[in-house]
Design a protein. Structure first.
Length: 309
């Protein structure tokens, strides 16, 4: 007769030693540090995009000189082709120095103009879109305006360089009526206040001819969040404190919701990967391999400690 011997095995579970506790905490720390470092490196390039909005603005603008021969612009807004005059203006803008300035709303600018032109009697010279110029009745208008988008280095659909073109007219009793004018150009982000970004030099408009269209190329440098911006243009006659004509996104669709951002948010993204090697025995392992190794060891060690409590 066969005899079956039964043996009872007793498993004794010992409490965790101090060394096990230290190793567990060290492993957890190393895994956490590796994961955090990887996340930080992956997101560090976008840190500037979440910076707080500054009170300062910076943009550079230059008029486009067509030498009296304004070409047909063709397609508007998103057309990327540029003519020689526009290319020269963009080059001129890039050569300008950066000058940061305080944000100025349209109300602030208009008040400043009124103060500067205040005469000795404490009143300022004003006129509306209709006025008397040297005994001649004249009227001003901005017939049309358009925009074009040029430079988007990170290809996110938001541009740092764009242009605005407008056709200002003056009407009088006689043919060939002319006037000396200048313009303030404003941007409004997502329905916010109108903020000045450029004031043109004085230029001359004649009757209602289209050859005197005025185009301004602008690069936004600092202070413009990635968003959609509306454009407003105030036309002034030299020597007067109030606009003689205004056109904005409420009048022309091409001045509505331009996708813009300043150049500090529109940078080339170059990702460079450097392999950090750690010698282990006779081989090597990259930093990412170490992360996976630490994570696996930590997970198994944690399960082991859990099962042996």
């Amino acid at each position: 007769m066969n005899t079956i011997n039964k043996t009872k095995t007793h498993v004794v579970i010992k409490p965790n030693s101090p060394m096990q506790s230290v190793l567990r905490k060290l492993t957890f720390f190393m895994v956490s540090a590796a994961i955090f470092s990887t996340f930080y490196v992956a997101t560090g390039s976008n840190a500037n995009a979440f910076a707080n909005e500054s009170e300062l603005l910076s943009s550079r603008s230059s008029p486009v000189n067509y030498e009296g021969k304004m070409p047909k612009q063709g397609a508007r807004r998103n057309a990327q082709d540029t003519n020689e005059a526009q290319q020269a203006a963009i080059l001129s803008v890039n050569q300008l120095s950066l000058n940061e300035g305080q944000r100025k709303t349209r109300e602030h600018v208009m008040l400043e103009r009124s103060d500067k032109l205040r005469d000795k009697d404490g009143s300022s010279a004003t006129l509306s879109s209709q006025s008397v110029q040297s005994g001649n009745y004249v009227e001003f208008d901005i017939y049309d305006a358009s925009s074009r988008l040029f430079e988007d280095f990170d290809y996110d659909g938001f541009y740092q360089t764009f242009s605005v073109t407008f056709d200002a007219d003056v009407y009088g009793q006689y043919s060939g009526e002319s006037a000396h004018v200048f313009a303030d150009l404003y941007l409004s982000r997502d329905g916010g206040p109108w903020e000045l970004y450029f004031t043109t030099d004085v230029f001359t408009i004649v009757d209602d001819i289209s050859e005197d269209e005025f185009e301004v190329v602008t690069t936004l440098d600092v202070g413009y969040r990635t968003d959609h911006y509306d454009v407003l243009i105030d036309l002034y006659q030299v020597g007067y404190s109030e606009p003689v004509a205004t056109i904005s996104s409420e009048d022309v669709d091409d001045l509505y919701a331009l996708p813009l951002e300043s150049s500090d948010r529109d940078e080339y993204v170059v990702v460079e990967t450097y392999e950090s090697e750690v010698l282990i025995g006779g081989g090597s392992m990259s930093i990412y391999g170490l992360v996976i190794l630490f994570f696996t060891v930590g997970l198994r060690f944690g399960n082991y400690c859990k099962n042996n409590k």
